[in-house]
Each structure stands twice: as structure tokens, then as C-alpha cells.
Design a protein around this ligand. Sequence first.
Ligand SMILES: C[S@@+](CC[C@H](N)C(=O)[O-])C[C@H]1O[C@@H](n2cnc3c(N)ncnc32)[C@H](O)[C@@H]1O
Length: 338
Amino acid sequence: MPAVKVPRRDAEPVKRKLKKLGLYDGKRRPRREDEYVLLPVISDPRIEGLGYEVLSVELPLRPERQIYKNLESVLAERLSREELKYLRRYDVIGDIAVIQIPPELEHRIEDIVWGLRKVHPFLKVIARKGFHEGAFRIRDYSIIWGEKRLETVHKENGVRIKVDLSKAFFNPRMKGERYRLAQLIHDGERVLIPFAGVLPYALVIARYKRVKITAIELNREAYELGLENIELNGGKLKGEIEFIHGDVFEVLPELPSHDRVISPTPRGVDALALTLSKTERWLHYYDFVHEGEIERFRARILEECRKLGRDCTVRVKKVSDFKPHVFKVCADVEIKGE
Ligand SMILES: C[S@@+](CC[C@H](N)C(=O)[O-])C[C@H]1O[C@@H](n2cnc3c(N)ncnc32)[C@H](O)[C@@H]1O
């Protein structure tokens, strides 16, 4: 069976690319060989065109329980087609699964728990998720199966992130965004991260790049988890993280400007003018915008740049859907030289 041979440091991005193209063979395990990794791929003529070394090797099949199955196909055994339509996306954070259960599936909770455990046999907790509440964006959860805790260690992009969903915000779906930013950043940059939470962005960036990061968070419990996370990943981080407990609107005005600012802005908070005023070169500003308002959002950023007398280019990228027609977006703002 075919496999592509790639240097170890490229294995993760190449695997992502192969998955995106539908060429990765998830039924077999990859294998490490010295400084290389052999990634299993399906037989497809497109592989040759990708420019990787292709080998024919016997990579072992994953045990059946590890093969990715989706919840919907597993639950098709127990739920009607009508009921399946109400099934929502869920997240796995460390050994905790969190799922939203609409009223239409209230009577199916036991089946959903059964299905999730079948798809993810390592789970220790299954929680039902409510909505984000308050300034700290903490969700309201109720545990519907397993151990009575919402604390776990989540692995992502080569770092370990201790989270406690009852105390601090964490969104595993931003994994790709964090990786994207880590790739954009250059060694030597000074990076400012307001609204830093338990430090997922800072850790992933410091894992890959030799940079100096200053992060700010107001929620005391998120701040303490963040400090633990710096310790937890200590040996692996190339960059340095300074973590400040405080209110962004009080702390930022006292700080110097930084090469790059990353603002995972909480919904409903406007920190655009403040973060832009602390940016020397690049700002990545997250916000929630209706699809019909994206151009206006872009124009607003350009107007803020103009007010500061800076020449900017702005690219707005949809990051995830939030509710019908409303997206979480990231504005990548580049400030041109003086
Ligand atoms: C959307 S969450 C993002 C957290 C983190 N960056 C992440 O992606 O997991 C926003 C964070 O900002 C924090 N926050 C809200 N208002 C703040 C303020 N005025 N100053 C500092 N942090 C604040 C919240 O506690 C929360 O952790």
C-alpha cells in the first residue's frame, strides 16, 4: 500500500493537507523512521503529482475501534432519520465530550451517550453544553455521564492545555487558526495577546517560534490555569510568555506597541481601536459579523487605520459559523511601513 515519506517536522502539515484532499488513509497507522515519517495514503493518481517521495510499504491497520466512525452513522442504529436531523456537532476536549442536545432529542440522551462512547472509547466525561455567559465567556454545562469534573488536559498542535470548562473559556475548534497564526509569525517578533484565556494561542505560538509574548487575561481562574500551562509545556516552548492578570482596557494603554497583536475578542466587546493602536505591523482581530456586514466591518477597520494615520491592508476571513448568517471572522490587518 502506498505511503508518502516526509521529514518529521513536516509530518503534521502534510497529514492535514492529505486529509483535506481526501488522500490520507486513516485506517492505517503512520510509522516513524529516524528523521522521517511514513504517512499512509490511499491509491490515487493525484499522489504522484504532490511532489512527495511515494513508497510501497505495509503499514499496520489500526484496531477497528480506533477507526474514525462518525456519531451519526453509529446512532443510525438507534435513532430515526427524523431524529438524526437534530443531532448537533460536538467537541472532544481531552477526555471530555461536550454536546448540545436540542429539546427534540431530550428523550435520546442515553443513546447519544452510548454513541459518543462507541466513537470515542477513551471518554471519561460527557457533558451537555449550554450557552456562553458573562464577560468571561464561560459556558453552562451539565454532566450527563461519567466522572463529575470538567477539568482535563487537552492536546493540540504539540502542546498540552489544562482547561476547566466550569471556570474558563476554551474552544478546541480554533486549533487550525492557532496553527495558521503560528506559521505566519517569524522568530524574533514581539507578540501581544489580549483576552488570552488559558493561553492556547500563546502556547501554540511559543511552541513553534522563538518569540516574546505578552498575554493579558482578567478571569483569575483562567489566568491561574494559564500559568500552570506554561509550566506544563515548559521544556517544549521555544518562545517566552509573560502573562499579566488584568483588564485589557487598563493594561494595554500602559504597554508599548508590539510587532503583532492577536485579539481573540469576546463577543460584544469592541477593542479594535485599542488593539490597533498597539500594533506596529500585524493585527489579527477576531469578531462576530453578519455575512452582509463583512464589507462594512472591513471599511471600519480601514477608517480606524486612517484615524491613526496608518496605511493598512485588511483581509477578512471567515473562521467558523456562529449562528445562521453570522460568522466568527478574523481580520488580518497589515500596517505598511512609515
Ligand atoms: C473569547 S475568550 C478567548 C480566550 C482565549 N484566547 C481562547 O481562545 O481560548 C475571551 C477571553 O477574554 C477574557 N476577558 C474578557 N474581558 C476581558 C478584559 N476586559 N480584560 C482581559 N480579559 C478579558 C475572558 O475571560 C476570556 O477568557
